[in-house]
Write a protein that binds this ligand. Structure first.
Ligand code: 13P
Length: 255
């Protein structure tokens, strides 16, 4: 049985005090999560130890980071290693978000190294893929996403892949208020599952969780999560408001 996950990506938002307040609000209400229906909260690095302390005792609400160094340790000013993340209580790391690919020039070779650092250290990876608007308009999104997945993940063994979740996030839907339709989401999620099946077989494809991200909100979450190949969401803006995030969690739990 594959997991369903709703993951918050706070991006570069919230003071420590605001973060603590938000997590408390989420914890008071999010009691229904289970091993197969999980919540991840991916905070900025400086929040991690604070949020880890708040999440203690909440077994199925996990701490996430938004990035991780491609290197193990050493003279890499400004970087944070996978081992440091584990030490801080992190379980999931978002790798390859389009904002990292686009604004910080993270290419597939670097992302593959980041994936390796995470998996070798015992972290779970949320690997992001997704096309820009011009690719969607040209209707070549499937090939675009397949290439991102092949370059970022196909060096892994099937066993390693068990610790990877995929997040499909069309760039044109991120922070724009324009969401993929359920047809668009289901179609490309099914395609991604096929891509995984082609490389790793049907069992691996059936077991991998594929999350949708891009203007997911309380209004559209239930419909998106009802798609057979959409296994939850990676949530930006709506994860910064407790009531909205809780309602998205409820949609996942009821899906
Ligand atoms: P929004 O939910 O703000 O569109 O962001 C999606 C995202 O990028 C999550 O990683």
């Amino acid at each position: 049985m594959r997991k369903k996950i709703v993951a918050a990506n706070w991006k570069m938002n919230l003071t420590l005090a605001d973060g603590a307040f938000l997590v408390n609000e989420i914890l008071t209400a999010a009691t229904a999560v289970t091993t197969l229906k999980q919540v991840v909260i991916a905070t900025p690095f400086v929040h991690l130890t604070q949020t880890a302390a708040q999440l203690e005792g909440f077994g199925n609400i996990h701490l996430g980071a938004q990035n991780c160094s491609s290197e193990k340790s050493g003279a890499y000013t400004g970087e944070v290693s996978a081992a440091m993340l584990i030490d801080a209580g992190v379980q999931y790391v978002i790798v390859g978000h389009s904002e990292r690919r686009g604004y910080f020039n993270e290419d597939s070779a670097m992302l593959a190294k980041k994936v390796n650092q995470c998996l070798e250290t015992g972290l779970q990876v949320i690997f992001c893929c997704g096309e820009p608007l011009e690719i969607r308009d040209a209707e070549t999104q499937n090939a675009f996403v397949a290439k991102q997945i092949a370059e970022g993940l196909f060096h892994l063994t099937a066993e390693q892949l068990q610790n990877v979740t995929i997040a499909y996030e069309p760039i044109w839907a991120i922070g724009t208020g324009r969401t993929a339709t359920t047809e668009q989401a289901q179609s490309i999620h099914a395609y991604i599952r096929n891509v995984i099946a082609g490389q790793y077989g049907n069992d691996a494809a059936a077991n991998i969780a594929i999350l949708y991200g891009g203007s997911c909100n309380p209004t559209n979450a239930a419909e998106l999560f009802a798609c057979p190949d959409v296994d939850g969401g990676l949530i930006g803006g709506a994860s910064l408001k407790a009531d909205q995030f809780l309602s998205i969690i409820a949609a996942m739990i009821n899906s």
